[in-house]
Write a protein that binds this ligand. Structure first.
Ligand code: C5P
Length: 217
């Protein structure tokens, strides 16, 4: 069974998807980590991110593994290295590259084949798994999302103003939503859930209830 969770950054997807997978005894697939890993690899090997062919070649060449929540590129653990602001910023080139998108969507499908998976991203319910049994699209108020991001960065010792975060976030949202392929949008059959004023625990409980209803029904 496939459960998809899509939505913008900061809507709580990642944490909710991880916890939901744990509660259901499903595997968890972080597809944003794949785009980040390709970005990291290109930065590391000085590959011009603005050159779509070079980036696509790199994605095909590198070995990418997702093992128990760890991300490995050519055998190296890059789980932390792919979370830097530089990788976050530069990932737009990779996310906008349609050859890379097709390649990663194939990889996502092969990783999920025959398994019970909660998969999280932007295009999981629309492009990667249009026939998924249960789809969610998480949203939240922009200010609330930026505040969450600010707290997350603070925990890592980085101070960024709310204004700056709001601005970056709105650019990312726009790019995610307007991309030619794999644009971020809710599938027609997705449950749209607003996480703005809800504790994460309650969000996960709601998702679990909806999945169990689907399994039972
Ligand atoms: O979710 P996260 O911030 O880790 O995503 C990293 C990058 O990958 C972002 O640029 C996002 O737009 C992109 N992405 C994507 N499709 C997905 C998951 C993430 O284009 N399924």
């Amino acid at each position: 069974m496939i459960v998809t969770i899509d939505g913008p950054a900061g809507a709580g997807k990642s944490t909710a998807a991880r916890q939901l997978a744990q509660r259901l005894g499903f595997e968890f697939l972080d597809t944003g980590a794949m785009y980040r890993a390709v970005t990291w690899y290109c930065c590391q090997h000085k590959i011009d991110l603005a050159d779509p062919h070079a980036v696509a070649d790199a994605a095909r060449r590198m070995s990418l593994e997702l093992v128990d929540d760890r991300v490995q590129v050519d055998g190296e653990d890059v789980s932390l290295a792919i979370r830097t602001p530089e990788v976050t910023r530069e990932s737009r080139h990779v996310a906008g590259n349609n050859v890379v998108r097709q390649f990663l969507v194939e990889l996502q499908r092969s990783l999920a084949a025959g398994r019970n998976v909660v998969t999280e991203g932007r295009d999981q319910g629309t492009v990667a798994f249009p026939h998924a049994e249960c789809k969610f699209f998480l949203v939240a108020d922009p200010r609330e999302r930026a505040l969450r991001r600010q707290r997350e960065l603070e925990q890592r010792g980085q101070q960024v103003s709310l204004e700056e975060l709001l601005q970056q976030q709105s650019h990312r949202d726009q790019r995610d939503a307007e991309r030619e392929f794999g644009a971020m949008r809710a599938a027609e059959d997705a449950h749209v859930i607003d996480t703005s004023c809800v504790e994460l625990e309650q969000v996960v409980a709601q998702l679990e209830r909806l999945v169990r209803e689907r399994i039972g029904g």
